[in-house]
Design a protein around this ligand. Sequence first.
Ligand SMILES: NC(=O)c1ccc[n+]([C@@H]2O[C@H](COP(=O)([O-])OP(=O)(O)OC[C@H]3O[C@@H](n4cnc5c(N)ncnc54)[C@H](O)[C@@H]3O)[C@@H](O)[C@H]2O)c1
Length: 318
Amino acid sequence: MLVTGGLGFIGSNLARRLADAGADVLVLDALQPNGGANRVNLRDFESKLRFREADLRRAEEYEELLPGHEVVFNLAGQVSHIDSMTDPVSDLGANVHAQIVLLEACRRHLAQAKVVFASTRQIYGRPVRFPVDETHPLRPVDVNGINKMAAEEYHSLYHRVYGMRTVSLRLTNTFGPRMRIKDARNTFLGLWIRRAVEDGVFEVWGGRQKRDLTYVEDAVDAFLAAGALEPATGRVFNIGGIPPVTLAELAQQLVEVSGRGRYETKEFPPEFRRIDIGDYFADDRLFRSLTGWAPRFSLREGLKQTVAFYQEYLTDYV
Ligand SMILES: NC(=O)c1ccc[n+]([C@@H]2O[C@H](COP(=O)([O-])OP(=O)(O)OC[C@H]3O[C@@H](n4cnc5c(N)ncnc54)[C@H](O)[C@@H]3O)[C@@H](O)[C@H]2O)c1
């Protein structure tokens, strides 16, 4: 099994789960400084899996390691929406250039493998109807959404043209242990969690926006279910999870669960408002009905596990 982006948040949780289950796991990651890459994410797993520092944009750094893998869990990417606006070319590199080079390398060396791509709800833009199902129009509001949309399309195209067995999961806000919390690059919630654990103050912009969230263990379950899905035919699926809450309710629960921190409600800064999608919650019944996947963690339980993790390991992440 190959996990790209496996030193990052979701990828490392997935790689650990696979290794614990006895799978032969190879992690590829370029340790990009502005993302969630963190060597401690694979602490204690050094002997249970293999790691190669490699940039997906340079096939020569990893292609000889591809043959033999049955599933490629493709989670390498650039996540920050605001960074995609201030540095659109870097976002293009991670979310488009790297993806097409990886797909080409897989086509040459691993044409039979299943490729599960981490796409995003960001590609829908501001939803026009709820809950958002997979037929909803795609109208991204930022560079990141456009680049992720292109990468998802490449995965589907490589199925249609070359018969590669690709599947894309459109993830919503995912949270849990091993996410970047030093700033808001890995979603606003990362920074909120840091502030709560430090008994500080965090800002809620707006507060009435409704969002669904996925606890990372449930996201990992979804990747495993997608990896086992037959036939994998270039399809795309929404992954939601916890029923929608407003951001104010989310902030309140975080403060309650951690027993620390407090929040202030603020107006949206204009540079963020321009790329905000407002409400979002997914209709993920298609994926549930095909795979039997269902989230196991409530919001409260997910927050409890997350806060407990950062109470123990805060210094590794700030
Ligand atoms: N976290 C979320 O809420 C969320 C929501 C929707 C979609 N996603 C998608 O899920 C995937 C994983 O997200 P995450 O939150 O774990 O992010 P993350 O930043 O924690 O991890 C991404 C990893 O990809 C690596 N990477 C980036 N460019 C690379 C390249 N060129 N070559 C090799 N490695 C590279 C980074 O070093 C990092 O370790 C991303 O593709 C993201 O778009 C995440």
